[in-house]
Design a protein around this ligand. Structure first.
Ligand SMILES: Cc1ncc(COP(=O)(O)O)c(C=O)c1O
Length: 369
């Protein structure tokens, strides 16, 4: 059988190896100069005033919720079609994630549903730029509540006004796990405009220590959510080739659109609306209703193609059912999409031959050769 095609694959070259080696040889592996250098370069890239590097996207989301004032007994309106981290962080901060259904086309939080979910306990809105597609921000901002954007999947995306995701002023969180548009192995970045937020996040990621304090004194409670210099140096090297990697993903996406054109009943990722731009992260298709998602994934696996259910609805996961009493039927758009969605192999260096093999395998599995 021909070589198995993986779901994701990072682009790591000599520049990344050298950057990491330089840090290893410098002797300063953490709390060193690579951290602010990475933060400043990243903030500039997305057009934000500040950025704080953190140990993961999840850590960034949690610190951002705290920074905008989410606390005990609050409600946070968010999307049920996301990676579970965006809901988990609300629970970690003792707030309740209140889900609202998604737009059937873009799969991001439906602003009307979000507005209807707001109560006097709502202390923040947490839109998720899912699969790299930017949420419809203007109507969410019109609700007048603090916003924390989950941009973990959306580096390179642009909002309807043409500006880069992450530069709107609200805290926006990016993730650098190895399947993301750029990687630091594990890691994340929070971008925002307010200096007070910078002080708070930088302190809370470092056990509650203020920048002018030594390690014996800490003026608030904090975590260890720091990102090492090794990771930040890797991030800087990745940032330098981000455009090339984004272009590789875009090329892979166009090959998929060509290769899957005309497959009956198959829903492909929506095209960009107006000036909105997707920051390509995954290529997720929705299978025709009569096809079982898990059986399709198994059949593709037998043909040497890795794929994954992406994403299951959060409110129907065991913990959320048990803890919050969620059940089927609450968010019908999300549930229908989640039941039929699979992520296909997708990475910047995918060859046209690999995309063709995936498309042929999917057509064969769906009986449409
Ligand atoms: C939408 C979304 N939110 C949050 C996260 C969490 O990021 P991390 O895995 O870096 O903690 C991810 C990453 O997988 C994600 O895709």
């Amino acid at each position: 059988m021909s070589e198995r095609i993986p779901l994701a694959k990072p682009v790591i070259g000599e520049a990344e190896e050298q950057a990491v080696l330089d840090v290893l040889r410098s002797g300063q592996l953490s709390l060193g100069p690579a951290v602010p250098a990475f933060e400043e370069a990243f903030a500039q890239r997305v057009g934000a005033t500040h950025a704080s590097a953190v140990s993961s996207g999840t850590a960034g989301l949690q610190l951002a919720l705290r920074a905008v004032g989410v606390s005990d007994g609050d409600e946070v309106v968010t999307s049920p079609l996301s990676f579970v981290a965006s809901a988990n962080v609300c629970v970690m901060e003792r707030a309740k994630p209140v889900f609202a259904d998604i737009d059937p086309l873009t799969l991001t939080l439906d602003p009307a549903a979000a507005a209807a979910a707001v109560t006097d306990k709502t202390s923040a809105i947490l839109p998720v730029h899912i699969f790299g597609y930017p949420s419809d921000m203007a109507p969410l901002e019109a609700l007048g509540l603090p916003i924390v954007e989950d941009a973990c999947e959306a580096l390179g995306a642009r909002y309807a006004d043409g500006t880069a995701v992450g530069g709107r002023g609200h805290p926006a969180i990016f993730g650098f796990y190895a399947n993301k548009q750029m990687t630091t192995g594990e890691g994340g970045m929070v971008t925002f405009n307010e200096s007070a937020i910078k002080l708070r996040i930088d302190s809370e990621r470092n056990q509650g220590r203020a920048p002018d304090m030594d390690w014996l004194d800490h003026d608030r409670l904090g975590f260890n959510f720091r990102l090492s210099d090794i990771a930040c140096a890797l991030g800087l090297a990745q940032l330098l080739r981000l455009d090339e990697m984004l272009a590789g993903r875009e090329r892979a996406a166009s090959l998929y659109y060509e290769g899957l054109a005309g497959v009956e009943g198959l829903n492909l990722p929506c095209p960009d609306r107006g000036d909105e731009r997707r920051g390509w992260f995954v290529f997720v298709v929705q299978l025709p209703a009569e096809f079982d998602r898990d059986a399709t994934i198994r059949a593709l696996g037998e043909l040497g193609i890795q794929s994954k259910p992406y994403l299951p609805a959060i409110h129907l996961m065991a913990y959320y059912r048990e803890q919050f009493g969620h059940k089927e039927g609450e968010f019908p758009v999300c549930e229908a999409v989640a039941a039929q969605s699979i992520a296909l192999p997708f990475f910047p260096e995918m060859t046209s031959g690999q995309v063709e093999r995936v498309c042929a395998a999917l057509r064969q599995t769906l009986g449409q050769t």
